[in-house]
Design a protein around this ligand. Structure first.
Ligand code: FNR
Length: 437
C-alpha cells in the first residue's frame, strides 16, 4: 500500500459523519455555533472583535488586490470528478518529515492572537493537539512557545522564525523551539519589513507598540540580557503626543509585559522592551548566503516560507533547505503580488520532488485544499479561518473550523473519485478562464 493511501483506522469517513452530526443536532433545533460558510464566519467574527483586532487580521497590503487575487486564483481551477472508483473508504492522511498526520492541514503561524481571544495561542495549542494537527508557533506569539508546548502532550508543533538583527536571539529561539519539541523550523522571508496596510494605518494601530505579540521576545534570556545593555543607549525615536489615550496605552503595555504592571510602569521596562523589539525586529539586509549560518544552527527540518518564484525555489533547495512554503502572507505584504496558487505549479516543477512544497494564502474550504494538492502541494497551512473560529469560541472554535475543512476535503475527495491524497494528481483539476465558455 502506498504511504499515503491508508484507510482511516475506524473505517468511518470524517465527511459524512460530521455532516450527520450537524444535521441530527439540527433536528433538535441546534445550528452550528461556528458558521460553516466562510463569509458568515468572517462577518460573525467581525461582530465580536474590536475594530483594531479585526482590521489587523482581515486586512492586507495596499488596495488588497492580492488578498482578492488569492481567491481569484482558486476560482480559475476546477475539479474534474471521476466516477465508479469505489470510494467507500478514504483517508486524507499524509506523512511529513517522518510524522504521519491525519490530514494535509497545518495551522499557519499567526501572531498577536490576544487580539482575537484572551486565551490566544493557548486555546489554539489545545485545539491543535486535540486533533493532532500541527500548530506552527509564531515568533510574534502572544503566549510563549513553552506555555503552548506544555498543553500539547506529544502532539506535533513547529516553530516559525522571524530572523531579526540578532543572530544570537535567532539561535536562542531555535534552541527553545528544539527544547519544547518542535519538529520543524519555518523561516518566514516575506516580512523583512512590515507591508503597507491601510486598515491598520487608518486606525493608527500596531499591536507590537502596545507590547502585544512579543511574548517570545520578553521571555527570552538573550533578548532580556540585550535589553539591559541597550536601555541606556538606544535612541528613543519619535514620542507620541501626551494624551489620556497615550497613558492608557502605556498602562496596557505595562500589563502585557511579564511581571507586575506597576513595577513595569515605574521601571519603564515594558516601554524599553517594545522599543528594543521595534529597533531589532527586521533585517532587510539578509541574503541567500546568510542561510548557511541558520542551517548550521539546527538539525531540524528547515522550511522557507514566502517562496513564489521558481528560481528562488531552486536556490533554496540548492542551499540545503528541507521544504518550501509557497505563500504571499495572505496578501498582507506586497499589494499586486500574484495569487499564491498561481505561483504553486512553477515552484513545484522547479523543485522536482526533491523537498516537500507546502502552500498557504487563500485556503477557505476543503475544495481549496484539494486544488492545492492537485497542483503539487504536499500539505496546506490554514490561516485566517481558524483565527475567526478562535475569536468566536476559543479552543472549540478553532477545532470546529479545522474539522469542517477536513470533513469537506474528505467529501470532495470521495465525490471526485479519490481515496487517498496521492490520488489527487494534476489531472484531477483543470484551469479555466473566468467568463470563458
Ligand atoms: C499572519 N501570518 C504570519 N506568518 C508568519 O510567518 N508569522 C506570523 O507571525 C504571521 N502572523 C500573521 C498574523 C495574521 C493576523 C495573519 C492573518 C497572518 C501569515 C500566515 O502565516 C499565512 O501566511 C496567511 O494567513 C495565509 O493567508 P490566508 O489563508 O489567511 O488568507
Amino acid at each position: 500500500m502506498a504511504p499515503d493511501s491508508q484507510p482511516p483506522p475506524s473505517g468511518e469517513n470524517p465527511g459524512p459523519s460530521r455532516q450527520r452530526s450537524i444535521f441530527i443536532s439540527g433536528l433538535g433545533g441546534r445550528k452550528p455555533r461556528i458558521p460553516i460558510d466562510h463569509e458568515r464566519l468572517e462577518s460573525e467574527a467581525k461582530r465580536i472583535m474590536s475594530a483594531e483586532g479585526f482590521a489587523y487580521v482581515a486586512g492586507g497590503a495596499g488596495t488588497e488586490s492580492t488578498v482578492r487575487e488569492n481567491r481569484a486564483a482558486f476560482e480559475r481551477w476546477r475539479i474534474v470528478p471521476r466516477m465508479l472508483r469505489d470510494v467507500s473508504l478514504r483517508s486524507s492522511s499524509v506523512e511529513l518529515f517522518g510524522r504521519r498526520l491525519p490530514s494535509p492541514v497545518l495551522l499557519a503561524p499567526v501572531g498577536v492572537l490576544e487580539m482575537a481571544h484572551r486565551e490566544a495561542d493557548l486555546a489554539v495549542a489545545r485545539a491543535a493537539a486535540s486533533l493532532n494537527v500541527p500548530m506552527v508557533f509564531s515568533s510574534q506569539g502572544s503566549c510563549t512557545m513553552e506555555a503552548c508546548a506544555s498543553v500539547m502532550g506529544d502532539a506535533p508543533r513547529w516553530f516559525q522564525l522571524y530572523w531579526g538583527r540578532s543572530n544570537e536571539l535567532a539561535a536562542s529561539f531555535l534552541r527553545r523551539a528544539e527544547a519544547c519539541g518542535c519538529e520543524a523550523i519555518v523561516l518566514t522571508l516575506d516580512t523583512s519589513m512590515l507591508g503597507w496596510r491601510p486598515r491598520d494605518l487608518d486606525l493608527g494601530f500596531l499591536p507590537f507598540l502596545r507590547a502585544q505579540g512579543i511574548a517570545q521576545y520578553t521571555s527570552d534570556p538573550v533578548f532580556l540580557a540585550a535589553l539591559e545593555e541597550v536601555q541606556e543607549t538606544e535612541a528613543p525615536g519619535p514620542r507620541p503626543p501626551l494624551t489620556p489615550r497615550t497613558l492608557l496605552a502605556a498602562l496596557e503595555m505595562a500589563s502585557y509585559h511579564p511581571g507586575s504592571t506597576l513595577r513595569n510602569l515605574r521601571s519603564g521596562r515594558a516601554r524599553a522592551a517594545v522599543r528594543h523589539f521595534v529597533a531589532t525586529f527586521s533585517r532587510p539586509s539578509l541574503t541567500w548566503d546568510d542561510l548557511s549560518w541558520l542551517r548550521d544552527q539546527t538539525t531540524l527540518p528547515l522550511l522557507l516560507k514566502g517562496i513564489l518564484h521558481p528560481d528562488d525555489a531552486r536556490e533554496a533547495v540548492g542551499r540545503g533547505m528541507d521544504g518550501l512554503i509557497v505563500s504571499n502572507h495572505g496578501g498582507r505584504q506586497v499589494d499586486g503580488a500574484l495569487g499564491a496558487l498561481d505561483a504553486l505549479p512553477g515552484v513545484v516543477q522547479a523543485v522536482e520532488g526533491r523537498v516537500p512544497v507546502l502552500f498557504d494564502s487563500g485556503i477557505r474550504s476543503g475544495a481549496d485544499v484539494f486544488k492545492a494538492l492537485a497542483l503539487g502541494a504536499r500539505a496546506i497551512l490554514l490561516g485566517r479561518p481558524w483565527v475567526y473560529g478562535l475569536a468566536l469560541r476559543g479552543e472549540e472554535g478553532v477545532a470546529e473550523v479545522v474539522e469542517n475543512l477536513t470533513a469537506e476535503l474528505d467529501l470532495t475527495m470521495g465525490l471526485a473519485g479519490c481515496r487517498s491524497v496521492n490520488e489527487i494528481v494534476r489531472e484531477t483539476v483543470q484551469r479555466v478562464m473566468p467568463g470563458a465558455r
